[in-house]
Design a protein around this ligand. Sequence first.
Ligand SMILES: *[C@@H]1O[C@H](CO)[C@@H](O)[C@H](O)[C@H]1NC(C)=O
Ligand SMILES: *[C@@H]1O[C@H](CO)[C@@H](O)[C@H](O)[C@H]1NC(C)=O
Ligand SMILES: *[C@@H]1O[C@H](CO)[C@@H](O)[C@H](O)[C@H]1NC(C)=O
Ligand SMILES: *[C@@H]1O[C@H](CO)[C@@H](O)[C@H](O)[C@H]1NC(C)=O
Ligand SMILES: *[C@@H]1O[C@H](CO)[C@@H](O)[C@H](O)[C@H]1NC(C)=O
Ligand SMILES: *[C@@H]1O[C@H](CO)[C@@H](O)[C@H](O)[C@H]1NC(C)=O
Length: 392
Amino acid sequence: MLLSHIFRGALLLPFFGVVADAAPRELILDNDWSESPMPLLIALAADSSLVSNLTVTSLSGNTWGNQCQAYAQRYLQAALASVNGTGELASRIETVGAVPGALLPLLRTQQGYEQGINYTGSLSFAGSWRPFNETAESMGSDPTGNEADAGRVTFQGDAVPRALTGQLATSAAQWAPDVLVERSRAARARNETVTLVAIGPLTNVALALVRDPAFAQGVELFYQGGFLSYNLESLLSVRNSDIFNDFNTLFDPQAAKKVLRAPFKRLVLINEAASRVTPPEDIVVAAGRTSASASSEQRFLAQLIGAPAEPGLPLWDELATLAALYPEVIANSTVGRIDIDDREGGWSYGRAFAWRDELAPAGLQQAEIVTAFNEQRVHELYIAAAQAFVNP
Ligand SMILES: *[C@@H]1O[C@H](CO)[C@@H](O)[C@H](O)[C@H]1NC(C)=O
Ligand SMILES: *[C@@H]1O[C@H](CO)[C@@H](O)[C@H](O)[C@H]1NC(C)=O
Ligand SMILES: *[C@@H]1O[C@H](CO)[C@@H](O)[C@H](O)[C@H]1NC(C)=O
Ligand SMILES: *[C@@H]1O[C@H](CO)[C@@H](O)[C@H](O)[C@H]1NC(C)=O
Ligand SMILES: *[C@@H]1O[C@H](CO)[C@@H](O)[C@H](O)[C@H]1NC(C)=O
Ligand SMILES: *[C@@H]1O[C@H](CO)[C@@H](O)[C@H](O)[C@H]1NC(C)=O
């Protein structure tokens, strides 16, 4: 088995002794990829008894979509090189595609956000809507602002993706909403579902629903968003005003409303409970540890993991990916019928609200709302996934 191969002799081996009863799932990671390769490494490191087929898609959010897409491609290239291009893990990575998606939200624009601030308030973190800084971009910072030129890419140094080959080149010519539609259709034809981990804004998923109204019937959706009890928390510190904001939903409220009202086979919200889960320093250090003989690609990933540009961020995207693969990561949850306010011009624009079943407005779906994580298990899985690549 793959993980017993990867973790042979490692202390972590016992944690992977659990073999799921269920058949392996087809997994799609849809994300505004930025400076963490970890959601991808978690999915790649999962045993083939858990994941049969992985697809990566990208879209705008934290930064503009082409930059996010290039991160996804670069991380796949680094993961493949880190296992030295050989072995079962390498042959699996070679089948993974990275498919570009939406560059802009359905309706909300940067200008609309800026002009509406007197009604909505400001976002502590505004992702690609942060003010354009030409100097910062020329030095390799992620593109922000200047929405008229949302397709640009600003990599430098180790982060520059190499020429695309194989499945990466094929997938780069596809379009994420089309691929989502196709996967759901194929799964429905087999009477199965695909697991879609949406850890960025929901634009690609909404476009898939526009194209194929039956899309949701073939999908189990894990969404990193739908924050419900953020407000008091967000007042308590400057840091909290950032991390307790439901940025994915706020970036594309119309997409979020459409998606969260669709009848998915399962809908799980990885909400602000995730904002409370920040990896302790010793876990970060253990995840990023390399050997003296580590290759430059292993060191590249290890640097991103062990010395992140923005230290101390919660594990939002990692938790969503882990929760989809390892159910025991969810320590507690509740259920509610969820909706998003998609009306411009007020503070609740792009914010979520949930009701008990018997009190809910019409037309809403029931979501599983995660309220607590098993942090010890999260840390074990996090370290193991990172080490599978930076210190194989
Ligand atoms: C993954 O799924 C796609 C689309 O269904 C298919 O073309 C591809 O062959 C699959 N890959 C593997 C390794 O099963
Ligand atoms: C990588 O693989 C090559 C052969 O393909 C081998 O010569 C080399 O020693 C390997 N490097 C490491 C670090 O395992
Ligand atoms: C917001 O309100 C201030 C006055 O409180 C005003 O100066 C400013 O022009 C307003 N901004 C917009 C975008 O309407
Ligand atoms: C733009 O970025 C540069 C380089 O990071 C920085 O020195 C400068 O302060 C930034 N300008 C603004 C207006 O934020
Ligand atoms: C599809 O799967 C469901 C549940 O897994 C099962 O009840 C149903 O009989 C299956 N339908 C077909 C046509 O196989
Ligand atoms: C789960 O959360 C509910 C509601 O907050 C609480 O009543 C229950 O005790 C929790 N269960 C566990 C196992 O922590």
